[in-house]
Design a protein around this ligand. Structure first.
Ligand code: SF4
Length: 433
């Protein structure tokens, strides 16, 4: 982990009269280059006669953004104050999901989900939850210590909130759960989840009751798609929730719709216990194996995800894959090509319904959360620029290069699948088509 104090002291020695804001910008840039390149600050910003703020900032911007400097507007370089808090560092010690405190709303105290929680976690402290008092662990990293089983009253069904200006794919969401037991370094929940707990609704039937008669968007697909993986992994808690046992028969009886489980897990017992259904798509988020190992903590490796996919395909489900987030690290083309070929060798290609491709993008707020929780991350080392929708994205030409490689590759390997680009400007989607 790069220490800030020596960098700050170095800048003070180099430019002693800097104001607070100017120092903040230079320190941010210096930190990011030192962290990315693993070099001393003296190498990045050497002593120079007549060095002033403007010159120092230009040198640092050129080194931090070698591809974009001179092309992107200055406002695209996001230089927030550097505030690293070691207390927020993620705990990467392997641990099972075993909450210490379980809060149950009285309205669902006798539900099958509450009953299973009592059986499965007998050592936990159980509390009645009135839905008013906020419960949760003191930090995001300890969120899995608290489980809340509740009756959802309002948030049942909604269109996927694609950013304005992006080419939407017409997705629809049911929010069956909030929180995740995995710890992917790029996960938006780190910045989004303010209640540090896992929330699971016990009234899955109320969600299903909203489906019939609802108006759905369809996007470029033959039928509307509905999925449950926005604020959680769709299957990571399925042994406990058994949502799959309710969802699969419900959607099997409604062939005009498609339901998608989105997961990185291998929790497929519930799916295998049901007969498969052509309109139930089980999708795995996939990535290059070395990326999974370094960035997607506690998740199964690619080979295990693909083995689970092969099993559910054999049981009669269709499959989906999401190459998301693609990170163009050194050697990305070969690594992602190999991962796609491994997919094609592992699962029946004609049972793959769709594959999406999306590059890493994130909100400004998430940047600080990631660098605090994972100070040795490499995912923030890329050249991220503030984009049209306020998100941080790679430069457009790099995104285009990735899509132009990935989309034709996946279309060749999976000719019957819909291959599409996720959360992207319309002209970049069409360039990949
Ligand atoms: S699996 Fe999804 S929800 Fe879970 S930590 Fe990773 S990105 Fe977040």
């Amino acid at each position: 982990m790069v220490e800030i104090k020596p960098l700050s002291d170095y800048l003070d020695g180099l430019l002693p009269a800097l104001g607070v804001n100017k120092k903040r910008e230079l320190l941010r840039l210096l930190y990011e280059v030192v962290k990315r390149d693993g070099v001393a600050p003296q190498t990045v910003l050497p002593v120079e006669k007549n060095l002033n703020f403007e010159r120092a900032k230009k040198i640092l911007l050129q080194k931090r953004y070698p591809h974009s400097f001179g092309k992107a507007p200055k406002s695209a370089f996001y230089l927030p104050k550097l505030e690293l808090d070691p207390a927020q560092r993620a705990d990467l010690t392997p641990h099972a999901f075993s909450p210490k405190n379980i809060y149950i709303e009285p309205a669902v105290a006798d539900s099958p989900l509450a009953r299973r929680a009592r059986e499965r976690f007998p050592a936990a402290q159980f509390h009645a939850w009135d839905g008013q008092e906020m419960v949760g662990s003191p930090s995001f990293s300890r969120r899995n210590e608290t489980l809340v089983i509740h009756r959802e009253k309002y948030d049942f069904l909604k269109p996927c909130p694609c950013s304005a200006g992006n080419a939407g794919c017409g997705y629809n969401l049911v929010n069956l759960g909030f929180g995740c037991r995995f710890d992917c370094e790029y996960c938006f929940l780190q910045q989004y989840q303010n209640l540090h707990a896992v929330l699971l609704p016990a009234n899955v039937q109320d969600f299903l009751d909203k489906i019939d008669g609802a108006a759905f968007r369809r996007g470029p697909f033959d039928r509307p798609r509905i999925g449950s993986g926005e604020f959680t992994d769709s299957l990571a808690f399925d042994e406990l929730t058994q949502y799959s046992r309710a969802l699969v028969p419900f959607f099997r009886a409604r062939p005009q719709l498609q339901f998608e489980f989105k997961t990185k897990s291998t929790c497929i017992e519930g799916l295998l216990a049901e007969a498969g259904a052509e309109n139930v798509v089980v999708s795995w988020s996939v990535n290059a194996p070395q990326f999974i190992e370094r960035v997607e903590h506690f998740t199964p490796p690619l080979a295990q995800r693909l083995a689970a996919a092969a099993q559910v395909a054999q049981a009669g489900y269709r499959l989906g894959f999401h190459f998301d987030p693609v990170v163009p690290f050194d050697g990305w083309k070969a690594a992602y090509t190999q991962a796609a070929e491994q997919m094609a060798q592992s699962v029946p290609a004609d049972q793959v319904a769709w594959i999406s491709v999306g590059l890493l993008r994130f909100s400004r707020e998430l940047k600080k959360a990631v660098e605090n929780r994972f100070p040795d991350n490499f995912i923030l080392d890329g050249e991220f620029l503030l984009d049209f929708d306020g998100k941080m994205r790679y430069p457009e030409d790099l995104r285009q290069e990735v899509y132009s490689h990935m989309v034709p590759l996946l279309r060749r390997l999976f000719p019957r699948a819909v291959v599409y680009v996720c959360m992207e400007k319309p002209h970049l989607c069409s360039c990949a088509l």
